[in-house]
Design a binder for this molecule. Structure first.
Ligand code: SF4
Length: 57
């Protein structure tokens, strides 16, 4: 059996992985997260929110 090579780790994938780790690897729990004061909250679904796309700091 051939295993797939690991996907390149990007900042968004790292955030998603952290949120999954925070929620015992339950994607539904990440979606239901209520900790809006967490700095990762807006990025927890693995993509940038539309209103911050292209934002540079
Ligand atoms: S946004 Fe929610 S799920 Fe993600 S790290 Fe913060 S508290 Fe955990």
């Amino acid at each position: 059996m051939k295993s797939e090579p690991p996907k390149k780790l990007t900042p968004m994938r790292a955030i998603r992985a952290k949120c999954l780790d925070c929620c015992c690897w339950q994607p539904s729990e990440v979606r239901l997260c209520t900790t809006k004061q967490c700095p990762l909250y807006s990025y927890r679904m693995g993509h940038r929110p539309k209103d911050t796309a292209g934002e540079q700091e």
